[in-house]
Design a protein around this ligand. Structure first.
Ligand code: ADP
Ligand code: MG
Length: 761
């Protein structure tokens, strides 16, 4: 502490504050000229002579004129209040702020603060309640309060070679409080005996004394660090919280009034935003939590709005082309399906058809819980593109999934004159070359492969649609790569598990979204049991009974790169042990080291029922569609993410039969425990996704590439601000229709440019 305190305001400031109050009241009352007795004109000529001309004839003017006049007055006021500061000075390097030398500047830069404006828009992480005050005589251990008293005595002692203790006795007439600091020698110099100070900290009772360890302190009456709600900022080593708080206040006093508005006045009013300068001031010096939250919401809204504008601006403006879709082929396709589409499947397909027919490239996200029937929709989309004479590509994240998509799609499309091929990894050179040629000439109309399809040298004759099966990796499609394959290619992204609404709106902000809401097959809720390792035996007994009844299912082991060898061994051992344990049952083993043919034959055997129990590593984790599988054991379930667990569970009971999932785990962290509890208790995929976001926090959930985005969001909170985000998106769309002002574009670039680049959008 001990930094200079904010100065008290001078007379001039008080005069301006009075004018400000009156102007605010006048605005609030709707320009009725009733804010002051005698009218605004007289008041202004007395208190703000500089603005006399601006209010001439105020009383006689109509409302619009009055509003105009008021706005000019407010501007003038802000200029006067801002003193010499100019808006452009906000872009000065942070070193221009008195109190910031070379060393502090470096520390601030670590926090991403390079300019005065960066400092002003460096928002607190939370608010600390230091507003409660107590007399020493009323203190109870555990109180977190501000106490004011006189320093009666000081002592310092070396407790251990590197541990010095400073102890100060504080007296307020009702008792003594002892404040203690460790290794903070400057406290000794700065705290003077006989002077009055305010202390904030947690009260403890030790050795019969009331103590505060490392309290925050300042001269009594300063009311800056104590006695009020204080914003707490994320900081970095070497830069104390107090210094940061003080620097921000200093910047606010100097430049707070010249912070420009970003958005048109009309937009602010419509969405109930505080003036920007006001919001920034309040978030740094709020009267209390409500005030803080109000300011935060304004700033969060702005931030999200900017991000949405950024995403929407990058919506590809380049003309794609309208695909001459032939509906007859789709109808033929639908007619031969063994089922009819659910209403939301129909809606999704209709939307895709419109997208394809429109001249701009499609960018659509297809969401739905496990088993909601995304594959058929994707197949229908391919049929539409192919009916227009174009090609389609379907990409999956793993070879096995590509393989499965291929089998399913080939089957679904078999009644149509459409050639479907799999571009698998392990193809012999000759075959691969032939296939590549046939893709290049357009003989192959639908190509299935892994995401490598777009990275490798695969050339299409005319790629009209790319379907990307994304799995858990949010937003990592390589649009840049895709676009090289064909300009204006239509893109349909399928997410394996539902994505939280907030994530959709940020990372997929420029996507249209189709959601499959209902489950096509009435599904029994899969019974989920979480057991500890010590009860594994019971689980396998139950599995034995299920096998005896002829049921089939999976035992899944985690497999992560770092411990791949170990994981593989665990799966292999389990495979051998289970083969021994259930001699009458055919057990299969599936993992990523097998060749493509080996994998295929194991899967085929499992599908056909020859293999009844399949031991697998997570290379096969998701998407496998063997409808009659009815049980699942997940070993080391604590090592899986929540979305992954939910995906795995989605592998069973797909035919509508009863199914059971055992998660075996002794979680070692609180987070893992929460994850397993959520997994056990929640069956709805969308709720699972929300829980995942809550438990992990957005940064983690989105992965490193997207992390930048989240850390750029200073006021907004992706977990809590769903409503705000939706409104921001609506506002962004409006803004785009009206035209985005240049300074807004620049602000988007300044704040999110890099991240938008990273996303490849
Ligand atoms: P997911 O959304 O998890 O990818 P799938 O596309 O694999 O779901 O579909 C799950 C199962 O439901 C598949 O066996 C599929 O054939 C079936 N299915 C899809 N749509 C329907 C429908 N409208 N009516 C009946 N069954 C359907
Ligand atoms: Mg699927």
């Amino acid at each position: 502490m001990g930094s200079p305190m904010p100065t008290t305001k001078g007379d001039a400031d008080e005069r301006l504050a009075l004018v400000r109050k009156v102007l605010e009241l006048e605005r609030k009352q709707g320009f009725q000229d009733r804010a002051v007795i005698g009218g605004l004109e007289g008041f202004i000529s007395r208190h703000l002579p500089e603005g006399r001309e601006l209010v001439g004839g105020y009383r006689a003017a109509d409302l619009a004129r009055r509003a105009q006049a008021l706005e000019r007055l407010e501007q003038l006021l802000a200029e006067l209040e801002g003193g010499q500061a100019q808006p452009r000075e906000l872009h000065q390097p942070i070193e221009e702020l008195p109190g910031v030398g070379e060393k502090r500047a470096l520390l601030l830069k670590k926090l991403g603060i390079h300019t005065i404006e960066d400092l002003l828009t460096y928002f607190p992480r939370r608010l600390e309640d230091r507003s409660r005050r107590k007399r020493i005589g009323e203190l109870r251990p555990g109180d977190e309060v501000t106490v004011t008293g006189t320093v009666k005595a000081k002592s310092r002692m070396r407790v251990r070679p590197h541990l010095e203790l400073i102890k100060v006795a504080v007296d307020d007439g009702t008792g003594f409080l002892f404040a203690i600091w460790y290794n903070q020698p400057w406290v000794w110099e700065e705290l003077r005996q006989g002077e009055r100070y305010a202390f904030f900290g947690k009260v403890q009772s030790r050795y019969g004394e009331l103590q505060m360890e490392n309290p925050v302190w300042e001269p009594a009456g300063a009311d800056f660090y104590t006695g009020r709600w204080v914003p707490i900022y994320p900081t970095t080593e070497g830069l104390t919280q107090a210094t940061l708080q003080w620097l921000i206040q200093r910047a606010l006093r100097r430049y707070g009034r010249v912070i420009p508005e970003l958005f048109p006045q009309e937009l602010r009013r419509r969405w109930g935003l505080l003036p920007r300068a006001e919001a920034i001031k309040r978030i740094h010096s709020p009267a209390g939590p409500e005030d803080y939250e109000r300011a935060r919401r304004t700033l969060a809204f702005e931030e999200l709005l900017l991000l949405q504008v950024g995403l929407l601006l990058r919506e590809r403006g380049e003309a794609g082309r309208a695909l001459p879709v032939d509906r007859k082929l789709l109808e033929k396709f639908l007619a031969q399906l063994p089922f009819s589409l659910t209403p939301s499947q129909k809606r999704a397909l209709a939307a895709i058809e419109e997208d394809l027919k429109a001249p701009r490239p499609m960018l659509r996200l297809l969401q739905g819980d496990v088993g909601s029937g995304k594959t058929v929709v994707a197949a229908g989309a391919c049929v539409l593109a192919i009916s227009a004479g174009a090609q389609a590509a379907v990409m999956a994240p793993t070879e096995i999934l590509a393989q499965q998509h291929f089998l399913v799609l080939r089957e679904l499309l078999s009644p149509l004159p459409v050639r479907v091929e799999l571009l698998a990894g392990g193809l012999p050179q000759k075959q691969r070359e032939k296939l590549l040629r046939e893709i290049a000439t357009g003989e192959v109309q639908l190509v299935v492969g892994t995401h490598a399809l777009i990275q490798e040298d695969v050339e299409f004759s005319d790629l009209g649609l790319a379907v990307v099966d994304e799995q858990h990796r949010f937003g990592v499609i390589q649009r840049a790569a895709l676009e090289q394959k064909g300009r204006g290619t239509n893109i349909l992204v399928m997410s394996a598990t539902p994505i939280p609404r907030t994530v959709v709106l940020t990372l997929y902000g420029q996507f249209e979204v189709s959601v499959l809401e209902e489950m096509p097959l009435p599904r029994e809720r899969v019974r989920t049991v979480w057991v500890s390792e010590s009860r594994r035996e019971e689980v396998y007994q139950e599995i034995g009974e299920l096998l005896a009844k002829g049921e089939k299912g999976y035992v899944i082991f985690p497999l992560v790169e770092e411990s791949e060898e170990l994981d593989l061994r665990a799966a292999t051992e389990a495979y051998m042990e289970l083969s021994r344990r259930f001699p009458g049952v055919k057990v299969g083993l599936l993992h990523g080291r097998l060749s493509s043919e080996e994998k295929q034959s194991v899967m085929a055997a499992f599908r056909a029922g020859e293999v009844q129990l399949l031991v697998a590593t997570t290379v096969v984790e998701v998407g496998l569609d063997v409808p009659d599988a009815s049980f699942l054991v997940i070993e080391h379930a604590d090592r899986f993410g929540l979305a992954q667990l939910h995906q795995l569970r989605g592998r069973i009971g797909r035919g509508g039969q009863e199914a059971v999932c055992f998660a075996i785990a002794d979680p070692k962290t609180e987070e893992a425990r929460k994850r397993l509890t959520a997994f056990r208790d929640i069956s709805d995929g969308f709720k699972i996704a929300e829980a995942d976001l809550r438990i992990r926090g957005p940064g983690d959930l989105l992965g490193t590439a997207q992390h930048g985005f989240v850390s750029r969001l200073r006021a907004a909170n992706l977990v809590r601000d769903v409503g705000l985000l939706e409104r921001a998106r609506a506002a962004a769309r409006q803004l785009l229709v009206q035209g985005v002002p240049e300074r807004l574009r620049r602000e988007v670039e300044r704040r999110f440019g890099e991240e938008l680049e990273l996303l490849g959008v």
